[in-house]
Design a protein around this ligand. Structure first.
Ligand code: BGC
Length: 431
């Protein structure tokens, strides 16, 4: 009889849910995908040039209206960066993201956001709009929506220019037009790392968002971005790396994808981010139950489960507490040990893919080759900050794969209020 760990390994192998492709092979695929995307011949990642530059000095004491539109909430505030690395954040308000509670029209979307902006409209002419969805960035740093994702449903929104459309509504209500700077959440996160007053030097800057969704950005040299006609500046590139298609997928990745609205898209994101990881693990546990790996009563309970939130998974594998959904429905020690191995394997696999993504940025930029001058990776997102097991696996994999095998060094940094402050910093530096 196999012990629970061997059972888990055999089951995951059988369903190709363990990665056997060598790290170096995935890394080569990832960097080739980056290069191709930059040339304009997109393979899977969009590699969107943003015209946003990281500049030496940051303007302080100037208020900026900041809007942060994510998959769940829309936050708005007036942000003034202070010289000591902090910020004055006033007029803060949080609303449900328009389009998350049923389909709305593009006009309703604009009207709602303008309503939220009204109390701040006479407080600054600059608006930093952090937009956690794919958008092409125009030379004036406004953004053209590619498509909403994360189940945000706004009719006829594709291809619309966001700041320009909001300005039309703002002007129709008698206010003066604003200077909109639209940026992805990864770019806002990356800019937040400039606010750390540690004075430490880094060989490159990049941003990782690991929350409901997954994405990364970094600074690329203009001359390497073949798809722009003006290669004069080094700029942030929003990779939309959640679309990478080089990660080897197994039975339950295919099963999960077939249940999603954006089938066939965001394939790597579906293996690693908070919106999907719980469902993916639940599908795997149910698969193991169907194949008779759990006790009959554990199988019954698992097959009846509708959802498995990330925090339940995290507390089950990294907490010694005596309560929780999985503890309640898995009656025997063997059931619990098997579930533990199956769940941990998903976090290990996800961490490895995140590390391919980070290594790809370091290799492409030639940065992080010495521990004295590491690459700076600013990190945001609930899946990273709220899951101990995930964070631990990512850090372990960075040491094993990047540092020990590739001689690549990076430092993961986080800033409180990273999105609001990073957006303000980016808007002030680029307006
Ligand atoms: C979106 C990206 C975003 C990421 C993290 C993805 O679903 O496509 O634009 O940066 O989520 O929020």
């Amino acid at each position: 009889m196999d012990n629970p760990k061997d059972k888990a390994v055999k089951f995951l192998e059988k369903h190709a849910m363990v990665i056997h492709t060598p790290f170096s092979e995935m890394l080569d695929d990832f960097t080739a995908d980056m290069t191709q995307g930059l040339s304009g011949d997109i393979k899977s990642m969009l590699m969107i040039p943003t015209y946003m530059e990281l500049k030496e000095s940051l303007p302080f004491n100037e208020p900026v209206i900041v809007i942060d539109a994510g998959g769940t909430n829309l936050r708005i505030a007036l942000v003034t960066l202070l010289r000591d690395g902090n910020a004055e954040i006033t007029d803060f308000a949080k609303y449900p993201m328009p389009g998350t509670t049923g389909r709305i029209s593009w006009q309703q979307f604009l009207d709602t956001i303008t309503d939220y902006m009204v109390p701040l409209l006479d407080k600054s002419d600059k608006v930093g709009f952090c937009f956690s969805f794919p958008a092409d960035i125009l030379k004036n740093k406004d953004g053209r929506l590619i498509a909403f994702d994360k189940e945000v449903n706004v009719q006829d929104s594709e291809g619309k220019v966001i700041g320009e459309s909001l300005n039309a509504v703002i002007a129709s209500r008698g206010y003066s037009k604003k200077h909109f700077i639209l940026l992805n959440d990864t770019v806002a996160t990356m800019f937040s790392s400039l606010l750390n007053s540690s004075g430490k030097n880094y060989s490159s800057y990049s941003g990782l968002v690991l929350g409901t969704g997954l994405n990364t950005c970094y600074i690329e040299q203009g001359e390497n971005i073949g798809k722009i006609d003006d290669p004069g500046i080094n700029m942030a590139v929003n990779m939309e790396s959640g679309r990478w298609e080089g990660a080897p997928r197994g039975t339950y990745d295919f099963a999960l994808d077939s249940q999603t609205a954006n089938r066939g898209e965001q394939l790597y994101e579906k293996m690693v981010s908070g919106a999907y990881l719980g469902s993916l693990i639940l599908l795997t546990l149910k698969g193991a139950a169907e194949e008779g790996l759990f006790s009959p009563s554990a199988s019954d309970n698992l097959l009846k489960l509708d959802s498995l939130p990330m925090w339940e998974l995290d507390s089950f594998v990294s907490d010694s507490s005596q309560s929780g959904l999985l503890l309640d429905i898995l009656p025997t020690a063997e059931d619990r040990a098997l579930a533990h191995h199956l769940i941990t394997a998903h976090f290990e696999r996800a961490a490895k893919l995140i590390c391919v993504n980070l290594a790809g940025i370091l290799v492409k930029t030639g940065s992080g080759t010495s521990p004295e001058l590491p690459a700076c990776i600013a990190v945001e997102g609930s899946s990273f900050h709220k899951s101990r097991i995930y964070r631990t696996e990512i850090m372990r994999c960075i040491r094993a794969e990047l540092e020990e095998k590739l001689g690549l060094y990076c430092e993961l940094v986080s800033h409180e209020n990273a999105t609001l402050m990073g957006t303000a910093a980016a808007a002030l530096m680029n307006s």
